[in-house]
Ligand binder design. Structure first.
Ligand code: AMP
Length: 173
């Protein structure tokens, strides 16, 4: 399992969702049980053994792995979503990303003060999305234990936006 080259299961889609963007499509990885299992185990290895109360997954591709990680870690899963998707009381944070800008929301009761939180998303690009998720978690009085990504586009230097946190990525470009 350890000798699987995960990069060979991630395909580049040029000019998606708009001209000039090379989209990292993880669909081939998700549909291959060995690659998917290897990725889950790799992400768990990156996390190690710290106590974690909640895993926050970022809409939408963060939802592929975050609930699985939460179940394996014995933690709860909490979604961070685009505006208007969460039904109960929310707090909101603006952000910018590689191809646009927007806002993210979390349920106000999704995380309790003093919770220890792992944030997961599929891709770390410019870092705006992850930074906004960290701010949401901290607004609720909790601690970000790690920002965890399946893949990181290092040339976009997103890590600079979340440099005060522990950041781990399984595959780097
Ligand atoms: P950023 O805020 O720039 O770090 O963007 C991260 C978010 O945008 C993640 O939720 C990714 O799913 C998505 N994203 C940004 N750039 C890409 C890319 N080149 N390929 C795939 N997803 C991307």
């Amino acid at each position: 399992m350890a000798d699987i080259d995960l990069k060979s299961y991630i395909r580049d889609v040029k000019d998606f969702p708009e001209p000039g963007v090379v989209f990292k499509d993880i669909s081939p990885l998700l549909k291959d049980t060995k690659a998917f299992t290897c990725a889950i185990n790799g992400l768990l290895d990156l996390i190690g053994k710290p106590a974690i109360d909640k895993v926050v997954g970022i809409e939408s591709r963060g939802f592929f792995f975050a609930p699985l990680l939460a179940a394996k870690l014995g933690a709860g899963f909490v979604p961070v979503r685009k505006p208007g998707k969460l039904p109960a009381d929310t707090i909101s944070q603006n952000y910018t990303l590689e191809y646009g800008s927007g806002a993210l929301e979390i349920h106000s009761d999704g995380i309790q003060p003093n919770d220890r939180v792992l944030i997961h998303d599929d891709v770390l690009a410019t870092g705006g999305t992850a930074a906004a998720a960290c701010k949401l978690v901290e607004q609720l009085g909790a601690t970000v234990v790690q920002c965890n990504f399946l893949l990181e586009l290092q040339f976009l230097k997103g890590i600079e936006q979340i440099s005060s946190y522990s950041v781990r990525s399984l595959v780097k470009y």
